[in-house]
Design a protein around this ligand. Structure first.
Ligand SMILES: Nc1nc2c(ncn2[C@@H]2O[C@H](COP(=O)(O)OP(=O)(O)OP(=O)(O)O)[C@@H](O)[C@H]2O)c(=O)[nH]1
Length: 226
């Protein structure tokens, strides 16, 4: 008989092995500034006892207007691909992504929801039980940023108060540069603070989501493009 500790499936890929906390995009809108896990978490991981301090499976829901790039973001993250053709999500879709965090197998269940109004009631049925809500908007379309408040409100309504980590993600960063990018990011960082969310700008096309130096500490210095 197999041991209950036998891992299910093949080992996780190297970039899914997490030993330190991934860095924030900007300290002006981030959920935590630490680089290392809390001492209690590290100790529990070392004892292989994550019962009270960690989840081995987390549910992430990605919400936002149609065409902002939710599916593209998830496909880049999970499959490292980009498709320039638009295929609307019908209702919901999901991916499971496996990690190893400080030696413990861990899975992210990532729910891609439809942005189209006609599918909203199907998609909203899947908001419940989320540990992470990602509200996505298109950096080139300010209206989609304004709509993130409503998307977040709808997703939070289906979950316990204070039970979700919130991220605000600006997509299609490759389409913006210079002052326009700085302005869009500054507005988004402002809103992220109101939402108590962590902010990220990304491009599913280029795969760019490194922290941008000018965002560190000041919103005024340096160019927007890496
Ligand atoms: N240039 C550029 N285009 C992008 C990027 N991300 C997505 N797109 C394009 O934007 C369009 C919409 O992307 P989707 O990922 O399908 O958008 P969605 O938010 O999932 O749309 P719905 O499923 O209708 O809610 C597609 O044509 C993508 O190729 C990006 O980072 N850069």
């Amino acid at each position: 008989m197999k041991s209950s500790l036998t891992p299910l499936g093949p080992p996780v890929s190297r970039d899914r092995i997490i030993d330190t906390l991934p860095k924030w995009y900007t300290p002006d809108a981030c959920l935590q500034l630490r680089e290392h896990f809390h001492g209690q978490v590290s100790a529990a991981y070392q004892r292989r006892n994550t019962g009270t301090v960690g989840l081995k499976l987390s549910k992430v829901v990605v919400v936002g207007d149609l065409y902002v790039g939710k599916t593209s973001l998830i496909h880049r993250f999970c499959k490292n691909v980009f498709d320039r053709d638009y295929k609307a999500t019908i209702g919901v879709d999901f991916e499971i992504e496996r990690f190893e965090i400080a030696g413990i197998p861990y899975s992210l269940q990532i729910w891609d929801t439809a942005g189209q109004e006609k599918f909203k009631c199907i998609a909203s049925a899947y908001y419940r039980g989320a540990q992470v809500i990602i509200t996505a908007f298109d950096l080139t379309d300010v209206q989609t940023l304004e709509h993130t408040r409503q998307w977040l409100e709808d997703a939070l309504r289906e979950n316990e108060m204070g039970s979700c980590f919130i991220f605000l993600v600006g997509t299609k960063k490759d389409l913006l540069s210079g002052a326009a990018c700085e302005q869009a990011e500054a507005e988004a960082v402002h809103l992220a603070n109101e939402m108590q969310a962590e902010y990220w700008s990304v491009s599913a096309k280029t795969g760019h989501w490194e922290p941008v130096p000018w965002m560190r500490g000041t919103l005024t210095a340096g160019p927007c493009q890496p």
